[in-house]
Each structure stands twice: as structure tokens, then as C-alpha cells.
Write a protein that binds this ligand. Structure first.
Ligand code: NDP
Length: 308
């Protein structure tokens, strides 16, 4: 049985930042990269809002840099998926890829969240080429263009109003005949002249060419088809935090995100810390995830020190 002091699960900005801090604190962290090495950022195009990159950087390049920085200080970064974890007693028992057993004194969970997609083939084809699940990340690339947002919740309304401030026109594609978003959000949408809400519409196909998205074919519930000429197609139909392997062992909030003691990374289980999107339904930014990875590393370091 392998014994490790700090096990970090997940390889987005939260995981690698936690790895950088804990390795510099000589805690010899072991980080498992998980199903999607590099996390959600590897599915975005250019990142222009992470401080310190005046020219912007691609998501993949940023994650490679973070990985190298963690390796430089001795973090043990491994390919592999945590397939089982028992947090009922310490040290925590962890199984990797159904076979490798580990005992960890402390665990930092940075498994992120995954944006929901519609599941259309054409949507997958143009992902990163006009199809995006993050208006804050990618909206800027479509300034002065026409775009569409799918969804009727607070995120969709927020993203539509944000996009309306930089784009020429925003179509909001809503499958029901009402918005689920809060009244205040709805009012913002209805009071923004360059947002057109298409109630009772579903997306049939994302259209495009070799340069990316060129339009979207929508169908109303009464069967009428319409093609919207757009260059950006934004999904805002919700996220799901990646907590499957931990289910039933950590307290979650009503949306399924890991609950932490406010202002800290401490979860309901002593010795288990959470950082990044898996505990954050609101901000979901690379910089906030990295910041919370730092908080988790410091909380973990202090907790381990108090144990010994
Ligand atoms: P929600 O689950 O609230 O809304 C998802 C929306 O997407 C719904 O309108 C839903 O439609 C629609 N949808 C889901 N699946 C599909 C599909 N396959 N095709 C078309 N439409 C679909 O998610 P949000 O991300 O908007 O919000 C998550 C939570 O975060 C909420 O509690 C929200 O209030 C909160 N939030 C708060 C903000 C704020 O206060 N500033 C900002 C952003 C989020 P339907 O209604 O038909 O189910």
C-alpha cells in the first residue's frame, strides 16, 4: 500500500496551484490528473483574462505551464482516475484505476465541474470553434458579431446580457415559454434591446465551415424552422460538479457542489479540502479556481502541521 501525505485529485488550475504550494511546502503531493488532464480550460480557446498574460494564452498552454511549475517543485503528477475513495477514517483509502491502492493523510479535491451540452453531433464538431460553454471566457472573440445563447436560467440571462454589451445581437434560445431565471435577471434581458428571446425553440443543428460556426438551425415547438446567422453559440444549460466518486461522503449543497466552511477550503470531513469549480457554482473562473487551490494548500499544510 502506497502512503502519501497529500493527495490532490484533479488537474485544472485549482489542482495544479494546490500542487505548486504543497510541493514548495515540502509535502510531496501526488496529483492524479483525472479523466480530462488539464481540466475545462483545455476546451477553451484563448484565455485573455488571467492576470499576467498580456498577450493572452491558450488554455492548453496555460495548463502545460502550470503542470511544469508543479513538477519543478517536485509534485508527483500522474495520469490516472480515482475510482474509489473511503473518507470514513484516516488515513483515507484511495483506489486508482481500479487497482492501485493509496493511503492519504490529507486529500484536496479539485475535480471541477462539467458544463452540460445539448449532445448534438454538430455541437461537438465546432466545440472551441464557435461553440462554447463560457461567455466570460470566449465572448470577447465575437465582439460586434451576432451570437446565440441556449438556456433560460440565471446563467443564460447573465451571459446573454454580458454578450449583448459586446456583440451586435444576441439570440436567447429558450425551450419553454418562460425563463426560469430570477425576475431581476429576466428584466435585464427584456430591457436589453439587442437581445431577442426565442421562446419554445430548440436547437436542431449548429452550422459551420472550416473556420467555425456560421449559424444555427432552430425549430419552434410548433415545428417552424429558422436559421440564425451567428458566429458564437453559447451553452448555458447548467453545470454538474464532478463529485460522483465522493458521493455520500462529503456534505454537498442543494445543487450538488461540495460545501466548505465559508472563507476556507475545509469540507465536512476533517483532512479533506476542496478547491475550484467543484465547490463554486458562481464564479467558475480560472483565476478564482487557482486562488482557491492556493487556499486549500495552505489550509491543508496548517492542518497537517497541527496533526503532528
Ligand atoms: P439552471 O439549471 O438554473 O438553468 C438551466 C437552464 O437551461 C434552464 O432554463 C433549462 O430549461 C435549460 N436547459 C437545460 N437543459 C436543456 C436542454 N437540453 N436544452 C435546452 N435548454 C435546456 O442553471 P444555471 O446555470 O442557469 O444556474 C445554476 C444555479 O446558479 C441556479 O440556482 C442559479 O440561480 C444560480 N446562478 C445565479 C446567478 C446569480 O444570482 N447572479 C448567476 C448564475 C447562476 P428548463 O427551464 O426548461 O428546465
Amino acid at each position: 500500500m502506497e502512503k502519501v501525505k497529500v493527495l490532490i485529485i484533479g488537474s485544472g488550475p485549482a489542482g495544479f496551484t494546490a500542487a505548486i504550494y504543497t510541493s514548495r511546502a515540502n509535502l510531496q503531493p501526488v496529483l492524479y490528473e483525472g479523466i480530462e488532464p488539464g481540466g475545462q480550460l483545455t476546451t477553451t480557446t484563448e484565455i485573455e483574462n488571467f492576470p499576467g498574460y498580456p498577450e493572452g494564452i491558450t488554455g492548453t498552454a496555460m495548463m502545460e505551464d502550470l503542470r511544469k511549475q508543479a513538477l519543478r517543485f517536485g509534485a508527483d503528477v500522474r495520469r490516472g482516475i480515482i475510482t474509489d475513495i473511503d473518507l470514513s477514517e484516516r488515513p483515507f483509502k484511495v483506489t486508482v484505476d481500479h487497482e492501485h491502492q493509496i493511503e492519504a493523510e490529507a486529500v484536496i479535491v479539485c475535480t471541477g465541474a462539467s458544463a452540460k451540452y445539448l449532445g448534438l453531433e454538430s455541437e461537438a464538431k465546432y466545440r472551441g470553434m464557435g461553440v462554447s460553454a463560457c461567455a466570460t471566457c470566449d465572448g470577447f472573440f465575437y465582439r460586434k458579431q451576432d451570437v446565440a445563447v441556449v438556456g433560460g436560467g440565471d446563467t443564460a440571462c447573465e451571459e446573454a446580457t454580458y454578450l449583448a454589451s459586446i456583440c451586435k445581437k444576441v439570440y436567447l434560445i429558450v425551450r419553454k415559454n418562460y425563463l426560469r431565471a430570477s425576475k431581476a435577471m429576466q428584466e435585464r434581458v427584456f430591457n436589453t434591446p439587442n437581445i431577442e428571446v426565442l421562446f419554445e425553440h430548440n436547437t436542431a443543428e449548429v452550422l459551420g465551415d472550416e473556420d467555425g460556426v456560421t449559424g444555427v438551425r432552430v425549430v419552434s415547438t410548433s415545428g417552424q424552422e429558422r436559421t440564425l446567422d451567428i458566429m458564437g453559440f453559447f451553452l448555458a444549460i447548467g453545470h454538474h460538479p464532478n463529485v460522483e466518486v465522493l458521493k455520500g461522503q462529503l456534505e454537498l449543497d442543494e445543487q450538488g457542489y461540495i460545501k466548505v466552511v465559508p472563507g476556507t477550503s475545509k469540507t465536512s470531513v476533517e483532512g479533506v479540502f476542496a478547491a475550484g469549480d467543484v465547490k463554486d457554482p458562481h464564479y467558475r473562473q480560472a483565476i478564482t479556481a487557482a486562488g482557491s487551490g492556493c487556499i486549500a494548500a495552505l489550509d491543508c499544510e496548517r492542518w497537517l502541521l497541527a496533526q503532528n
